[in-house]
Design a binder for this molecule. Structure first.
Ligand SMILES: Cc1cc2nc3c(=O)[nH]c(=O)nc-3n(C[C@H](O)[C@H](O)[C@H](O)COP(=O)(O)OP(=O)(O)OC[C@H]3O[C@@H](n4cnc5c(N)ncnc54)[C@H](O)[C@@H]3O)c2cc1C
Length: 286
């Protein structure tokens, strides 16, 4: 097995391009924190080569660009928590603090959470409410894909075999934009979500909702926004209880939860509706 600790994006891309020529079972795998990749092996040994991108300094920073924030693909959850970011990122930071434990946050990356494409990935709902897109690069060139188009299903993404995610882009929002994240698990810490909810709201000058985004995870193959609810929230006064009362069971129609070891489908729906109510109430302050 060959292990490459890539020192530059170019070195990683060359190795990926070479690997893409091999049969699928023999291709080297990308690894960042390894907190999804290694546990997924179970008792099996790692037989593929590894391309480690966690030491590429160009992929580390969280940067303010002119029109967007850029989270490098090697940015770990703990880096994100420490980064000085505007209030619209509060929900993503709450999610970051809920990913596993501090040890996991010190190793695992935000990009790895997306590329792993678990329905229970805590980073996805907040990034959907932030309208995130992902920058994918290969020796063939660069492309940017909306996060909602990048995630195709359970463990399925739009990533080509020779592509590396280099960054996550988040459009700038006014500083008045507020966000939060709530997670339901079988216990309080170090737990995979039964369901989780992210909310982002922007008030207008009259204290009414000018923009609303609500996303629910672990209740469908890919986390979903709730467009009917988002539309109904527009123009409502920024009063937490009033916003919570606008939530109906029909708003959860885009979801398709399953029964599994963590929770039943019906329980997930009830839980998601209650989390949406609480998240709206908390973000609007009431
Ligand atoms: C004990 C424990 C608890 C956990 N708790 C949670 C939790 O509460 N919530 C949660 O959401 N997750 C949780 N996780 C899962 C995991 O920690 C996160 O998903 C983490 O963000 C994964 O990042 P990573 O850098 O470790 O990914 P890795 O394991 O390195 O990679 C994951 C996948 O993404 C690919 N990949 C990584 N980086 C790139 C890139 N730049 N471009 C293309 N492909 C890439 C890899 O090839 C691999 O397929 C937990 C894991 C453990 C072990």
């Amino acid at each position: 097995m060959r292990y490459l600790a890539a020192r530059s994006v170019e070195e990683a891309l060359e190795a990926l391009a070479d690997g893409a020529q091999l049969p699928v079972s023999e291709r080297p795998k990308l690894v960042a924190g390894g907190t999804d990749l290694y546990p997924a092996l179970g008792d099996r040994p790692m037989r593929n080569g590894l391309i480690d991108v966690s030491k590429i300094s160009a992929l580390l920073p969280v940067e303010a660009m002119e029109e967007a924030w850029r989270i490098g693909a090697a940015c770990r959850w703990s880096d994100l928590i420490k980064a000085p970011l505007p209030p619209c990122f509060d929900g993503l930071k709450v999610a970051a603090r809920e990913v596993g434990s501090v040890q996991i946050q010190n190793a695992g990356t935000v990009a790895g959470n997306l590329c792993n494409a678990s329905p229970a990935a805590d980073g996805v709902p907040p990034l959907l409410t932030l309208d995130a897109s992902v920058e994918l690069r290969s020796v063939r060139g660069d492309r940017t894909v909306a996060l909602s188009d990048f995630l195709l299903g359970v463990r399925q993404t739009a990533l080509a075999p020779d592509e590396l995610m280099v960054a996550i882009h988040i459009p700038r929002r006014p500083t008045s934009a507020r966000s939060t994240f709530l997670k339901l698990g079988a216990r309080r810490y170090l737990v995979i979500s039964i369901c989780m909810v992210a909310v982002m709201i922007e008030p207008d000058a009259d204290g009414k909702v000018a923009l609303a985004r609500v996303a629910v995870g672990a209740c469908s193959a890919v986390a979903q926004r709730l467009p009917a609810l988002e539309q109904r929230l527009l123009g409502a006064p920024m009063n937490g209880l009033a916003l919570a009362d606008l939530v109906t069971a029909e708003d959860l129609a885009p979801l398709s939860p399953i029964d599994d070891i963590r929770g039943g489908a019906a329980y997930r729906l009830v839980g998601a509706q209650e989390l949406v109510r609480r998240a709206l109430s908390s973000v609007a302050g009431g």
